[in-house]
Design a protein. Structure first.
Ligand code: EPZ
Length: 427
């Protein structure tokens, strides 16, 4: 298994290109199942999860062709075409490796009137149920049964009728599945308390480009008037606001000055506010967002929340940034039940973090000491990289396959702004 080795102490200076958003790509790719015409996605990030989703689409009869990239994009161009579906089954051995596979449930139900998808099971950060996905689809007329670890969904008469569902808890994935199921329904579907993340806006905008009728995009109430068919489209994946926020934290902890090229301030206001609370200079530029810092981070108090609140996907990275700050910072993780697995690994580097239930208190220390550490999940592994960039001595981050799921060309991007970082392939 590959390892990333960092010799800390370098201030990050320069421009970091931000790739297309993983969590937008993973909900845009299944849209190809909704039409027999080609869907071309630009600025697609080169990530393990994106490749894995392409493999799943192929299993369903959807062809995927990589067409290089365009100069104005950092990512690749991929055309996906499901002329006819050869299967409506997403098998356990694929779904267990990539939970986002559950996002073929809605599109398969809409296109084929049926879907059989393995239950994704839990993951490191929580048990991640999908009950809200299923309840929303049932509200639109689907008949759902659970058997032998699989969800079997059927649209009576081959087409969802329409209906209304109010989410008791904001859920990104359930909103995405419900929207993709609704676009080809016979009637109108209404979702209340829907997730409003920018990735949902990207999904809705792509579906509208394919001929869908969606009102309320960007709000918590989505009204989808079903159409008989969708056509192909070409759509550019939004920039990854979480990748951008992660590199911003790296800039702050190393007292650097970086420009996050391609990042959109309007999609990450809570993140930028938190950076300013920590004392960073944050300003929009023509190309993206500049983040600069001198001195130690000020104490911050952050509680994760659905968008437009502070993103749970940014919690571990800000915690790493706070470890070298002054005073005590307070974190509350309200979304997932087990998202502090980076804490024991950060503690190996000399951080002072006390976790009590959903809250964590981080007391700033004068220095971190590089150490061998273990990545446990995607964002936790990024927090270890961030700490390693500022630690004295060498940090070896193991199990970097977690990182490769969500950060494209991480070591290249950091080397280009002065980090002493390399990947050691373990063959
Ligand atoms: C998406 O996961 C993201 N993944 C996650 O990013 C992100 O952390 C999360 O949204 C929250 O923003 C992708 O987009 C591929 P949820 P998702 O449904 O859709 C509960 C990363 O690091 N819930 O919004 O699975 C759930 O347990 C990943 O890039 C139910 O109870 O998240 C959680 O407590 C990690 N029943 C809360 O809702 C359901 O049916 C929010 O989960 C669904 C969710």
């Amino acid at each position: 298994m590959d390892q990333i080795v960092i010799r800390g102490g370098q201030r990050l200076k320069g421009r970091i290109p931000i790739s297309g958003a993983k969590n937008a790509a993973l909900t845009l790719l299944p849209c190809a199942l909704l039409t027999d015409e080609p869907l071309t996605l630009r600025n697609l990030p080169r990530l393990a999860d994106v490749d894995g989703f392409g493999h799943l689409l192929n299993q369903l009869g959807c062809s995927t062709t990589i067409e290089g990239s365009r100069p104005e994009d950092f990512g690749r161009v991929m055309t996906a075409r499901a002329t006819t579906l050869t299967s409506t089954v997403a098998p356990y051995d694929i779904v267990r490796k990539m939970r986002a596979s559950i996002l073929v449930l809605g599109p398969l139900l809409a296109r084929a009137g049926e879907a059989t998808v393995s239950l994704p099971g839990g993951c490191a950060i929580g048990n991640r149920p999908i009950d809200l996905h299923l309840k929303a689809l049932e509200a639109f007329g689907a008949e759902i049964e659970l058997a032998s670890g699989y969800v079997k969904a059927v649209a009576p008469g081959g087409r969802l009728a329409g209906g209304k569902f109010t989410f008791p808890v904001v859920s990104v994935g359930a909103t995405e599945n419900a929207v993709m199921a609704a676009v080809l329904a016979k009637g109108t579907c209404v979702l209340e308390n829907a997730a409003r993340e920018p990735e949902i806006v990207d999904l809705c905008n792509c579906l509208v480009a394919m001929g869908a009728h969606i009102e309320g995009i960007g709000t918590e109430t989505l009204t989808i008037e079903g159409v008989d068919r969708l056509h192909g489209a070409t759509y550019r994946v939004m920039a990854d606001r979480i990748e951008a926020g992660s590199y911003a934290c790296a800039a702050v902890i190393t007292e650097g000055d970086v420009e996050l090229v391609g990042a959109k301030a309007s999609e990450m206001e809570a993140t930028l506010a938190a950076l300013r609370e920590a004392g960073a200079t944050v300003e929009e530029t023509k190309a993206g967002i500049r983040v600069a810092m001198s001195g130690r981070a000020q104490p911050i108090t952050l509680s994760t929340a659905p968008y437009p609140g502070f993103a749970t996907d940014m919690q571990a990275q800000f915690m790493a940034m706070a470890t070298l700050g002054t005073g005590a910072s307070l974190f509350t993780e309200t979304i997932f039940e087990n998202r502090y697995m980076h804490v024991p690994e950060l503690a190996r580097m000399g951080c002072d973090i006390q976790v009590k239930g959903r809250t964590a208190v981080v007391r700033g220390v004068d220095k971190l000491i590089g150490a061998p550490v273990m990545a446990t999940d995607l964002r936790a592994s990024m927090s270890l990289i961030i700490a390693g960039l500022a630690a004295e001595g060498q940090t070896e981050v193991n199990r970097v396959y977690h990182l490769d799921r969500g950060y494209e060309r991480l070591e290249e991007k950091l080397q280009a702004v002065g980090a002493d970082i390399e990947r050691i392939s373990a063959g």
